[in-house]
Structures are given as C-alpha cells and as structure tokens.
Write a protein that binds this ligand. Structure first.
Ligand SMILES: O=C(O)[C@H](O)C(=O)CO
Ligand SMILES: [Mg+2]
Length: 253
C-alpha cells in the first residue's frame, strides 16, 4: 500500500514547504493539501522537486471562511466567484504538477443548487481536461459539515453520470462514507471506475487509522485486491505532534 500525507491536517502547524519535507522524512509516498494559496506555487514546486514527492490534489477556495462558507460551486448567484476559484485552483495545480482538483460545493440545498453545481463542474471539467487534470467531488458527512450540498456517494454518482465528463470523479473519503452510508468495501468495489482518489481516517473521531470502528487493515487489503495502486490519502487530525501518530504507517503498509 502507498500513502499520501494530507497536509491540511498532518503537519498543519508548519509552513506547507516544511510539511512536505516532514512527509518525505516520515516515508510517505505522496502529499496532498487543502488550500495552498498562501504559499507561492514556485516554492511548492521546488520542494516537490527536492523531495521527489508528487502533490496529488488540492481544493478550490471555500469563499468567505469567516462567514462559515465551505465552497462556492453549488451556490446559485455565485457563479463568477466559483469559476474564478476553479480557474485559480487549476492554474495552481498546473504550476505544481498536481493532477486532481477538488471542487467544493458549499452549504446549500435544492434543485437550483444542483443545476448550479453541474454547470460549474462542467466549466471545471472543460478547463481541466486539456491539462490532464481530473476534477473531484467529495461527499462530506452531515455531522461535521451540516447542510453541505454533497453528502453521499449516491448523490455524487448521480452527478457524475448526469454530467458525463470523462475527467469528473469521486473523492471517496472512507471517513465521510462510513459516517453517512457505511458498507465501505462493497461500495468501493461498485464505485471503483468512478473513483479518482481515496482518503481515510478513523471513525468516528477522525484520528489515525489504527483505531475506531473501521478495520483499515481489511479495507486497505480489499482496495489492493481491487487493483488500486495510487497512494491513499491519510486525512486525519493527529492528536499530538504528527510524528507520534504514525505507527500505522509501518503496520498497514
Ligand atoms: O474534509 C475533507 O474530507 C476534505 O477532503 C477536504 O478537502 C476539506 O473539506
Ligand atoms: Mg476528505
């Protein structure tokens, strides 16, 4: 199994460039991040060259974070901002060689939200495709992100089918999926052709994967049996310094 350190949570107390170095030292095979925009892309590109780690993915900006926003792309009336955030994310991804951009939907419900999300995703897929970039959508659980537009893999699958863009895929975060829908291994098997990236954390406390209600040794073995070889994203909140939470890296590899 290969693993990617999600630097939105792991080593989140360090500048992004130092966090990349820490992930390389700890033995990760790749990194991914949430919102890298405060760090110049050329600095990130340089540290990725230095360490040899790929940055697998990044997110579009959330909007007005102080006002509690968590993405713009399903918000009716905010299309210009949403598309600017998408274009910015794709440009940043190109600059650092990242192949996945997660387009964040936002807190909103309803039919207009669905139409808006589909239209903005269409824009994202069209912009990203010539660059070889995949657009990801990720269902978030309703306990941590109440009212988020995209909450289940069933909903994400319907959106992917409806848009029909070859470079639109599902970010399957085992943590969110277990909380909302469960049945992880059957769901991974069925959805595999539509999955662009897989993430994990213990459930329900979003800690390291060697605890909680999900047996990740079993889930990871199943993912390997399915033929998935890309690094899996460790997106958990370390309780204490990240280095002290990495025993699982040796045992689950
Ligand atoms: O929270 C998550 O699971 C995400 O992967 C993310 O990118 C930020 O919401
Ligand atoms: Mg996630």
């Amino acid at each position: 199994m290969r693993f990617s350190a999600n630097l939105g949570f792991l080593w989140a107390d360090r500048p992004l460039t130092d966090a990349v170095r820490a992930a390389a030292t700890a033995g990760f095979d790749a990194v991914e991040c949430h919102w890298p925009y405060d760090t110049p892309a050329q600095d990130v590109a340089a540290v990725l060259r230095e360490t040899g780690l790929p940055m697998l993915g990044l997110n579009t900006r959330r909007g007005n974070v102080a006002a509690g926003e968590n993405g713009l792309s399903a918000l009716p009336g905010r299309e210009d901002e949403a598309r600017a955030a998408i274009d910015e994310a794709i440009a940043y991804a190109i600059a650092i060689g990242t192949r996945n951009v997660h387009v964040m939907a936002g807190f909103v419900q309803g039919e207009h939200a669905q139409d808006t999300f589909l239209a903005n995703l269409g824009h994202a897929c069209r912009q990203a495709r010539p660059e070889g970039i995949t657009i990801l959508i990720e269902p978030l659980n309703d306990y941590d992100a109440p009212g988020y537009f995209l909450q289940t893999t069933t909903q994400a699958e319907a959106l992917i089918d409806q848009l029909g863009a070859p470079n639109l895929r599902l970010m399957f975060d085992c943590y969110h999926v277990q909380l909302m829908e469960g049945n992880l291994t059957r769901r991974l098997t069925r959805l595999l052709p539509k999955i662009g990236h897989i993430q994990f954390a213990s459930v329900p406390d979003r800690g390291a994967p060697d605890r909680g209600e999900v047996n990740f040794a079993h889930v990871f073995a199943h993912i390997a049996e399915l033929g998935w070889t890309a690094p899996l994203g460790a997106e958990y909140r370390p309780q204490g310094p990240t280095e002290t939470t990495l025993d699982w890296l040796a045992t689950l590899r």
